[in-house]
Design a protein around this ligand. Structure first.
Ligand code: CIZ
Ligand code: SF4
Length: 319
């Protein structure tokens, strides 16, 4: 931990020296979340990460999260330098939705409004009418439905199905999933609930239907944190990446947090739900990208300009 403290100190000094702001996701290591908070950056979900990066005066943004978050920051602020601790930090939703195949899917359904989840490449966003995150997807799709629009949705099938169930919108779905949330298991959750009958069940909508069906609250990372802070219960079962527990413990210190069961574990197996790509973000990476300018995000200008409109549309809608 001495080495860790030194690295943290070094990273904080470099952020200051370079006039850089650290923008971190709730799923990254707690040290990075603490560093972001201590240095005037932000820890949040992808919607607020995008807004913060766009509105912040810093000319360098260090994005601790996964690739699409860095790309979104660059698309919104092409004049800023956007660095990431590890450019190989991707996302199974992004990997599972290659731009060429997606374009062919869109071409085959020209009558549909194209709505993509934030967890996609810049090239996929360039083809979309709307980008959404899990904190605004319901609102935006409800609005589109009210205007009589038929939707082509990509890439997360579980989030898509949840939104379709809630809104009744006509949605044609891409078949993608998050490898982390896809592992939460309905049957095991039922057994866990039997042991903790008073616990509140908090579920991210990237989870399978059998898990979502048992939730007291279904929502984005920020919505689940709010549910813990404001909830009357003592115990909370959390079905999302375990990185979120760090912020929950800080904001609601008296509450008991229980990780929801995943495949191949019982209620006793801890720390199974953690995104391998989020885990690639570390203090060392922060120091190195600031010291050497490693890990700079680039987005080709024609793609950037095309992707910008669906992101701006979302930010304006949720402003
Ligand atoms: O699972 C993710 O990558 C999430 C929850 C992103 C977000 O919207 O914050
Ligand atoms: Fe992608 Fe899932 Fe990791 Fe989020 S947690 S970045 S959706 S693989």
């Amino acid at each position: 931990t001495r080495q860790r403290d030194e690295l943290k100190q070094r990273a904080a000094e470099l952020l200051k020296a370079r006039g850089a702001a650290l923008v971190a996701h709730y799923y990254v290591d707690g040290d990075l979340q603490d560093l972001a908070q201590a240095t005037g950056g932000i820890v949040s979900d992808s919607l607020e990460m995008a807004r913060f990066g766009r509105d912040h005066a810093a000319q360098t943004l260090v994005v601790a999260g996964v690739r699409f978050m860095g790309e979104t920051a660059k698309i919104l602020s092409p004049e800023k330098r956007v660095l990431m601790p590890d450019l190989d930090a991707t996302c199974s939703l992004d990997l599972g939705c290659p731009a060429d195949d997606f374009a062919a899917f869109c071409d085959a359904h020209p009558d549909r409004t194209v709505v993509v989840y934030a967890n996609t490449s810049a090239a996929v966003k360039a083809r979309a009418d709307w980008m959404v995150t899990s904190s605004c997807a319901l609102e935006i799709v409800s609005d589109l439905k009210a205007r009589g629009e038929k939707i082509l949705w990509a890439p997360d099938k579980h989030l898509g199905r949840y939104i379709q169930d809630q809104t009744g919108a006509d949605m044609l779905m891409w078949n993608g999933a998050c490898i982390v949330h896809d592992e939460f298991k309905g049957l095991e959750l039922e057994l866990l609930r039997a042991q903790h009958p008073d616990a509140m069940i908090l579920v991210h909508p990237e989870s399978p239907a059998a898990v979502v069906a048992q939730a007291d609250v279904v929502g984005s990372t920020s919505a689940l944190i709010k549910a813990v802070v404001e909830g009357q219960a003592r115990e909370y079962v959390v079905a999302t990446d375990k990185g979120i527990l760090h912020a929950m413990r800080q904001l609601a210190p008296g509450k008991v947090l229980i990780e929801a069961p995943t495949a191949g574990n019982s209620a006793t197996c801890k720390s199974c739900a953690h995104c391998p790509w989020m885990a690639m973000n570390g203090l060392q990476g922060i120091v190195e990208c600031l010291e050497h300018g490693h890990g700079e995000i680039q987005v080709a200008e024609p793609v950037r300009v095309q992707a910008l409109s669906c992101i701006t549309r979302m930010l304006d809608f949720t402003a």
